[in-house]
Design a protein around this ligand. Sequence first.
Ligand code: GRF
Length: 186
Amino acid sequence: MADPRRVAVLVSGRGSNLKALIDRASGYEIALVASNRPQAQALDVARDAGVPTWAFDSRNMPREEFDSMMTRTLAEHRVGTIALAGYMRLLSPAFVARWQGRIVNIHPSLLPKYRGLDPHARALAAGDGVTGCTVHIVTEEVDSGEILAQSEVAIEAGDDVASLSRRVLMAEHVLYPATLAEFVER
Ligand code: GRF
């Protein structure tokens, strides 16, 4: 039986949010880390923490086929909640429907501002004084589902994408585990 407290984290890259979700896990358990990139650094983060991993190269594979393979694996691990953490592949509508209301994501902007790519560059170009990060429920439309929590980060004079993303990332690492702990209870 799927258990909402058993969380799968989907990753494609570095894995700093994954590390925060593992290190600060309370009220939930990371049951599986799944990736569409077998070389992702995030998989090492999982292995170092003793968390089971599943990875399969998604290139040249139809999205639906890859996602249904992933669904089978998640079900085998009795996962009830999915957390995207730097997962760089669009999910198929069938996958989102299968896990409806059970997938969350973190995005480095104050949604609904700056959905999609390069949010920090866009916030800087707009001359914003504040940005931040958002944890939201995943729907078919990118970065558009119900907002669960946000954290603000001030933009300082002299900030560039690197300095800003570093500070927002620190806020992400606090916000994501805390929000996930609340989310699995609902
Ligand atoms: C984070 O900025 C997150 O907000 C975005 O992708 C990045 C992932 O970084 N969705 P990491 O792999 O967790 O270090």
